[in-house]
Write a protein that binds this ligand. Structure first.
Ligand code: KIV
Ligand code: ZN
Length: 515
C-alpha cells in the first residue's frame, strides 16, 4: 500500500468541524428524528471529530431538544449550535448547548453585497454593527464564539477585512469563511485565506476556519488549498451531504491529508477506522445513498473491474490502489468479476472458494464463465461455484445410491438401511433410525460419511402430474462454513429425498477437496 508518510515533528493539527447534523441535514429529504440525531452524534464522537455542529435550535422545538440531548449525552467533541445575529436565536442556541462540557455558539450574517442588499436589505455598516453586537451578546454566555460572514467568497475584500477585525475585537474565537454558494476556485480561495492572514489584525489570535460548498465540485480542493494557506479548522460533512450539491466531504479531506502527507504536513485526531461505519450510518439514517463511485466510501472505491487492473492488483495491490480499505475500517479489495475479467482473477476467486483446478479444468470453467458474464453483468462467487459444480461433471460423484430400504408406520420406529457405492466401486452399508423414514435415511448416510451435515431446508414438488408423478426434492444443507443445495428426482419421494441429499453431499465433498 502507498506508504503513509510519517507525520513530521512540525506537523500542525487540523480541527475537524462536522456539520452533518446541521448543514448536512439541510440536504433535501434528509430529515433525522430525535433518536437518529443522537445516534449520529454518538458515532461522530467515536470518529473523534473536534466539533459537532448539532443543529440550529431556533428552527424548531424538536431541533432544540435534540441539540440539548446531544449536549448532555455526547462527550468528547465541542458541541456547537448555530444562530443568526439576533438575540432570540442566540438565547435558544445557548439554552440548547449550555450543558455541554465544551459548548460553542456559531453566529452568521450575510456579508456579500448581494446578500446585504437583496436579502437583508440593510446598510453594510449597520450589518457590521449587528454582527459585532451579536458576538458581544453571545460572549455573555459562552467563551467560545464562532463568526461566519455568509457568502464571504463574493464579499468585497475591504468590507470583509473590516468586519472580521471588528468581530475578533468583540470576542470571536473562531472566524469561519464560508463559500456559501460553492463559487470559489482553489487558487483564488487560497489567496483569499492568505489575504485575511496578512491584512486582518488579530487574526493570528483566532482559529481560521473554512466552510466550502460543492456547487462546482471543488469543495474538497478548496478546503485543502485553504489549509495550505493557513486555515486550521475545516467544516465538512460525512458523505459530503449538505445544502444543494453538498459540503466538503469529511472522509475525502481526512484521507487526502493522510495519504498525501508529503504535500500536507498536517494531521487530524480522527479515528480513521470509524470512517466507513460513520458513512454507512449517515447514509442509512438520512436515506441518502452513497454513489457507488464516491471517493473513499463508495461501493466501488476499492473494487476492480478491468482484467488488466485485476491482474495488477493480484500481483501487487499498489499497482492500482492508493488507499488501503482497512485504513477507514472498510472491506478489503473486491474483485468484481465481469466479462472483462481475465483467467488470473477467475482463478483467484476459485481458489478463495476452495477449488484447486488444473489448467484444463480452468480453461473449461473460464469458457463457461465468459458466456455467463456476457449475459449477466457481474458474476458473483455463488455463480462461479455453481458453474464449477455444474460443469466439472468429469469428476465422478464420490457416493451413489446402491440400495435402500425404509420402514415406517403408525406402530413402528422409522428406520432405514442405506447402501452406497463409492467411486472406487466398493460399497458401504448402514442402518439408522430417525423421526421419519427420510430422517432415518439421512442419519444412515451421515453414519457412512462420518460427517455431521445439517439439513437447513427441504422442499418437495411434483414435476409431473398424476398418481405416478415424478417428485423433485430440493435440499439445502450445510457443513462447516459452507451451504449447498442438492436436488433429486424419483417417483418415490423417499428415494428422491435420498438422491437430493447425496447430490448435495457430493458437491460438498468436491468443494472441500475430498475427491
Ligand atoms: O454555507 C454557509 O454559509 C453556512 C453558514 C451558516 C456557515 O452554512
Ligand atoms: Zn453551508
Amino acid at each position: 500500500m502507498s506508504e503513509i508518510i510519517a507525520r513530521p515533528e512540525s506537523a500542525e493539527k487540523i480541527f475537524i468541524f462536522d456539520s452533518t447534523l446541521r448543514d448536512g441535514e439541510q440536504t433535501p429529504g434528509a430529515r433525522l428524528n430525535y433518536e437518529e440525531k443522537i445516534e449520529v452524534a454518538r458515532q461522530l464522537a467515536r470518529l473523534n471529530v473536534d466539533v459537532i455542529e448539532a443543529g440550529f435550535p431556533v428552527s424548531s422545538p424538536g431541533e432544540k431538544k435534540a441539540v440539548q440531548a446531544i449536549s448532555r449525552q455526547v462527550e468528547g467533541p465541542v458541541i456547537c449550535a448555530l444562530a443568526r445575529t439576533v438575540q432570540k436565536d442566540i438565547d435558544e442556541a445557548w439554552e440548547a448547548v449550555k450543558e455541554a462540557k465544551r459548548p460553542r455558539l456559531h453566529v452568521f450574517l450575510g456579508a456579500s453585497d448581494i446578500h446585504m442588499e437583496h436579502k437583508l436589505k440593510k446598510d453594510p455598516s449597520l450589518l457590521l454593527e449587528q454582527g459585532v453586537d451579536a458576538v458581544k451578546y453571545a460572549k455573555k454566555f459562552c467563551s467560545d464564539v464562532e463568526y461566519s460572514p455568509e457568502d464571504a467568497t463574493r464579499a468585497r475584500e475591504e468590507y470583509l477585512y473590516e468586519l472580521i477585525e471588528a468581530v475578533i475585537k468583540a470576542g470571536a474565537t473562531v472566524i469561519n469563511i464560508p463559500d456559501t454558494v460553492g463559487y470559489a476556485v482553489p487558487e483564488e480561495f487560497g489567496a483569499m485565506i492568505r489575504g485575511l492572514r496578512e491584512n486582518v489584525s488579530g487574526i493570528d489570535k483566532v482559529t481560521l476556519s473554512v466552510h466550502c460548498h460543492n456547487d462546482l465540485g471543488l469543495a474538497v480542493a478548496n478546503s485543502l488549498e485553504a489549509i495550505k494557506n493557513g486555515a486550521r479548522q475545516i467544516e465538512c460533512n460525512i458523505n459530503g451531504i449538505g445544502e444543494r450539491a453538498g459540503n466538503a466531504a469529511l472522509e475525502e479531506i481526512a484521507v487526502a491529508l493522510r495519504i498525501r502527507g508529503n504535500h500536507f504536513p498536517y494531521y487530524t485526531d480522527l479515528n480513521f477506522s470509524e470512517i466507513y461505519r460513520t458513512s454507512r450510518l449517515v447514509s442509512k439514517l438520512t436515506r441518502i445513498s452513497i454513489p457507488s463511485n464516491k471517493a473513499v466510501v463508495g461501493l466501488n472505491a476499492f473494487a476492480h473491474s478491468s482484467g488488466i487492473h485485476q491482474d495488477g492488483i493480484l500481483k501487487n495491490k499498489e499497482t492500482y490502489e492508493i488507499i488501503d480499505a482497512e485504513l477507514i475500517g472498510g472491506k478489503a479489495a473486491q474483485m468484481c468479476l465481469t466479462a472483462r475479467s481475465g483467467r488470473h482473477a477467475v482463478l483467484d476467486q476459485l481458489n478463495k472458494l476452495g477449488f484447486s483446478l488444473d489448467r484444463e479444468q480452468l480453461e473449461k470453467i473460464y469458457d463457461h464463465f465468459v458466456n455467463l458474464a456476457d449475459k449477466k453483468k457481474e458474476v458473483y462467487p455463488e455463480d462461479l461455484e455453481a458453474l464449477v459444480l455444474d460443469h466439472l461433471s468429469f469428476t465422478e460423484p464420490r457416493y451413489k445410491l446402491d440400495y435402500m430400504q425404509t420402514i415406517s408406520g403408525s406402530k413402528s420406529i422409522p428406520a432405514a438401511v442405506i447402501r452406497l457405492r463409492r467411486d472406487d466401486d466398493s460399497t458401504v452399508e448402514e442402518v439408522a433410525i430417525g423421526s421419519g423414514p427420510i430422517d432415518a435415511a439421512y442419519n444412515a448416510i451421515n453414519k457412512i460419511t462420518g460427517l455431521s451435515i445439517s439439513l437447513e431446508n427441504y422442499r418437495i414438488n411434483a414435476v409431473t402430474q398424476g398418481r405416478d408423478a415424478l417428485g423433485e426434492v430440493q435440499v439445502q444443507m450445510s457443513y462447516q462454513d459452507r451451504t449447498i443445495k442438492g436436488r433429486g428426482t424419483s417417483t418415490d419421494i423417499i428415494e428422491a429425498s435420498v438422491k437430493a441429499y447425496l447430490n448435495g453431499l457430493n458437491k460438498l465433498l468436491k468443494l472441500n477437496g475430498y475427491q
